[in-house]
Ligand binder design. Sequence first.
Ligand code: UD1
Ligand code: CA
Length: 443
Amino acid sequence: MKTAAVVLAAGQGVRMKSERAKVLHEVCGRSLLAHVLEAVRTLNPDPLVVVVGHGAEEVKAEFKGERVVWVEQKERRGTGHALAQAEAALKGFAGRLFVLCGDAPLVTPETLAGLGRAADGRLATVLTCEVEDATGYGRIVRSAKGDVTRIVEHRDATAEERGIREINSGGYAFEAPAVFDAVRQLKPVNAQGEYYLTDVLPILMKKGRVGAFVATDPAEVLGVNSRRDLALATSKMRDRILRQHMDNGVTIVAPDLTYIECGVEIGPDTVVEPFTVIRSGVKIGSHCEVGPFCQLRPGAVLEDHAEIGNFVEMKKSRLGAHSKAKHLSYLGDATIGARVNIGAGTITANYDGVNKHPTVIEDGASTGSHTVLVAPTTMKKGSKTGAGAVVTKKTMGEGETWVGVPARPLRPAPPPPAKPLTPDERRKTLIAPKPSKRSGPRA
Ligand code: UD1
Ligand code: CA
């Protein structure tokens, strides 16, 4: 069966109170929409259509180069109206059409696969879930027999319907083109005066079967409408990420005090201490020690057995095997070899106010406390700096030791002073003999 997908992402997200398009807000280092696209791509949809509207240009720019068919919804007239805008992009498509909300970032590939399986022989299948607090969500209304009959929005629901805890996730598997016939019949008769996509269910029911697929984890259906929802989604995603690393053999000493974004690689037997922040794209080898209190930013790479300690920030930098930066450092745009010791307070001054410059620290080198390496600077193998050295755009030779401000190589020790003079010799130098007058012979 052919598969296509539409992601609805045109809404303004008024409740976010933001100038940015809602779907660009981030959860664990990746936008809401990026999370949804990542999950939906596992279904191999062709085409993958995204409906944009509010902040359309900004959203498209963020996903430049990705295989997505962009469709614009000029006026936001509801989720049903949004799907209608995708009809032209899906002209001639017959098969299973997944429709997902761009603001529900926690849906997993497994759940989407389950939704797909449940959709066999149905015109529509809604992804639902039982939640503790259903406030704001559409409620799933079932018949006495338990069949789904319709979805009622929170605002339109009676007090009794608001008591229903099974909610609409906003994700569906439809049969196309049947769903588009139904969409054309929608009417905006509800509290918001919008075309609700949820209203296609009673319409499709007249032609064939509709049903639900119930997700087990309420986190999966969490829709982000406010900053509070964003924080909640972040905390759920963070838990999920930490669990994956722990399952892979990483020790996370205090999960509640550790923030690791998505797209981070960590090798087994690495220990992550509390108050550590690790951003997307960081790669950490095995047997490393990370933290407490450090930030690894994008482009940071730690080779096996490397150690990063408190108040160390790394960005776009590589720390070689068995190398250490244990205290109070900034390492940016730096390539650091193996068995290097970065002394407490060492800073790579990579930015001159206009451009960023690289620092290279070769194998076995070490920096004294409070060293500043003004980039571009290279420390060749085994070289050292003294405490407080400021190396300004220099290449330090192999094995050399540089000290001072600005730092200079230490010269070989000066020759020892000459042997002290004897008192006699001294007197001679101090009391120079008076030049004797040449006296002529006496008359
Ligand atoms: C919607 C569902 C609700 C469900 C909830 C799950 C409807 C009518 N309601 O409500 O049953 O419980 O999602 O999170 O469908 N969008 C557009 N164009 C529009 C309006 C919305 O593209 O004109 C997009 C939004 O960007 C968003 C998604 O559709 O990604 C859902 O819209 P939103 O306004 O957040 O709907 P909810 O009120 O949350
Ligand atoms: Ca929503």
